[in-house]
Design a protein around this ligand. Sequence first.
Ligand SMILES: Nc1ncnc2c1ncn2[C@@H]1O[C@H](COP(=O)(O)OP(=O)(O)OP(=O)(O)O)[C@@H](O)[C@H]1O
Length: 456
Amino acid sequence: MVIQLSCNYSFTLIKTNLCKWCDHSSPVCEDNVCMSNCSLTSYCTLAEEVCVAIWKKDNVSVSVRTLCYNPQDMLENIMLANYSSKECLMTPQHSEDGLLFICGCIGDHECNDRLIFDKGVNGSKDVIPVVVISLVPPLLIAVIATMAFYLYRTRQPRKKPKDWVNGSNYRGKLPSLSNGVNSEISSTCANNLNHNTEQLPIQLEALVGKGRFAEVWRARLSHNEGGQYETVAVKIFSAVEYSSWCNERAIFSDANLKHENIVQFLTAEERGGTAAAPQRQYWLIMAYYNMGNLQDFLTGHILTWIELCSLAGSVARGLAHLHSDTTPCGTPKVCEQPCIDSMRDLVLRDRGRPDIPASWTAHPGMQLVCATITECWDHDPEARLTAHCVVERFNTLAQEELENSICTHTPILPSTEDPSPSLPSLTHCTDHSTGIHPYFTSDTQISVSSRQPSQM
Ligand SMILES: Nc1ncnc2c1ncn2[C@@H]1O[C@H](COP(=O)(O)OP(=O)(O)OP(=O)(O)O)[C@@H](O)[C@H]1O
């Protein structure tokens, strides 16, 4: 990816450094010299960029990352100190993740292939203090954080489940499903039900959707006898879908799930089974989102570029929060509501992938979105982008949009007369997540499903 991008840029540049460029390679070392073992090479985009190599050792492995980098910028929270030599002379750095060396060089082709250590790669007397300094603070922080978390969990009084029900006359009647204390749902789901809890004063209003396991209703949750109410969504499972309700309830009950881009859960209830209402029903009560589901929305609307950035960014952030490591963006052509088996056949056996219309790529920002979609669907699972990486891409995209002022409110379908502004660069994704750019709104929620992700 990076190589490809660098090549895109290099056409217009006259003299830049030629560097090794691999996100990850396993070095081969002899005495105090390691060869990066990286088979990829790229011209740097800018003349001021130097060749850089980062050598890392953790408990499990040793790896090297090679790249072009502008020494004026921070790299992994480090400023390159010495980069004017033709040789890549490794210097140890403070790192929270283990042992880390970095070098920069300039002038000789692929000078970041040969990594020269002062006193051997396995450390020396000089390295030991660095290791101690690097490891002690994170260890201390981890111990303190664990103790604080333990004290918080053991001493914290039970909270009311939702801020947004405060002030209503049913305060305190809610079962404590979403407060994290009761989040360990056992396989015998019913054991965790609070059968004594008074049911919420909910009046169903209209059926708004149907999934595979349940119906979803818009409903009124009364706040008090004065007639004040709040609109909520009630997902109603029949008795035969009891286990799906249990699964979904267990997922929602996990306090770690809460996120502004994930459906907001209020509580779960068991209803019916009485003489007046003999049919057993299982409810999940959550915030109501009045814009319908994403598929219908996209079918009925043409998004502006800014809306697309916002929507895709918020979906990606929700997914990243769910720790979806391989996030397929876009969908190959499938029937409506495809089952797991047909998706498996289509994607794994037949290697189906979403069609990307050629017209999309005429828009410079959409080129990046399409490239991201393609990478998310890479046949090689190792090469697929993580959801965090997608979030980072959209953050960078938004930032570059602002900087270049190319984000207009025009529809994303490009006009041929429209001169294309300069192509923003894709971020070279690292695993750390960046802050959320204020450019994005947080109006897209992701619903959780009672299916297990591992079924795909
Ligand atoms: N909180 C909500 N607010 C408003 N509408 C909702 C809400 N949750 C679900 N819906 C509507 O109900 C429909 C069915 O949702 P449901 O969660 O049952 O299934 P799904 O997630 O679409 O699919 P699956 O059954 O495969 O999980 C959705 O497509 C959406 O239109």
